[in-house]
Design a protein around this ligand. Structure first.
Ligand code: HEC
Length: 193
């Protein structure tokens, strides 16, 4: 056998081995979790800090304007801190911004998490999806744990100005009607090696 054939075979074999998520070495898994935790915490803190500031100085209407104009840019700024192999975003089955709608395997995973949650299971702090030989996705389920979230994701009909603004910006807004404890979505950190 020619050397190049052996190398090619080796690549195919190791690729297929890695593609099986259950053969992932625990060291690789641990490093994915470590990075995922770090990046997700960074995003939560970045968005949380900014939201708090705007809610302090403005009413929910002003803060909602901040969310709609800045949330994605702030999310991208967190991604930019980590180089090209890492990216972070928020997803939901009931998204306000269609850009954040869970897609493909993300949707399957969110539906599974929602199903567990609806059946009274306390969700794990994170889960890991092996996407392919070199890519993994770390998911951090996000629940409504603070009353403040309900200002813009609860029963917002009573705040007519806010619901008009949200309707105008997001004609297909699905992210209302939540109550405390509900599963709102997840933070997804995509990590390639
Ligand atoms: C002041 C209004 C406001 C508050 C308070 C608020 N949000 Fe949002 N939220 C928004 C807006 C507007 C968007 C869409 C932003 C965008 O375009 O990415 C959004 C989007 C999201 C998304 C992304 C998925 C989607 O629906 O597009 C998640 C997850 C989320 N919010 C969770 C929360 C949680 C958890 C809290 C409480 C800590 C919270 N929000 C508080 C206004 C708010």
């Amino acid at each position: 056998m020619k050397a190049s054939t052996i190398i090619a075979l080796g690549v195919v074999l190791s690729t297929s081995l890695w593609a099986n998520p259950h053969t992932m070495p625990s060291k690789t898994y641990d490093s994915i979790v470590k990075t995922g935790n770090e990046v997700a915490t960074n995003l939560i803190q970045t968005l949380g800090k900014n939201l708090k500031q705007h809610l302090k100085s403005e009413d929910p209407l002003g803060a909602a304007t901040f969310c709609s104009t800045q949330a994605l840019a702030l999310t991208d700024s967190v991604t930019a801190q980590y180089g090209k192999n890492i990216s972070v975003k928020r997803i939901s089955l009931k998204a306000r911004n269609p850009v954040n709608a869970a897609q493909g395997s993300e949707k399957v995973i969110m539906e599974a998490l929602q199903n567990l949650h609806s059946n009274g299971v306390i969700l794990p702090k994170y889960i890991v999806e092996r996407v392919d030989a070199t890519t993994a996705k770390y998911y951090k389920p996000l629940r409504i744990t603070k009353e403040v979230c309900l200002k813009c994701h609860g029963n917002i009909a009573e705040n007519t100005k806010l619901s008009a603004l949200l309707k105008q910006t997001y004609p297909n807004d699905k992210a209302t009607g939540y109550t405390m404890g509900d599963l709102r979505g997840a933070i997804v950190v995509t990590i390639s090696q």
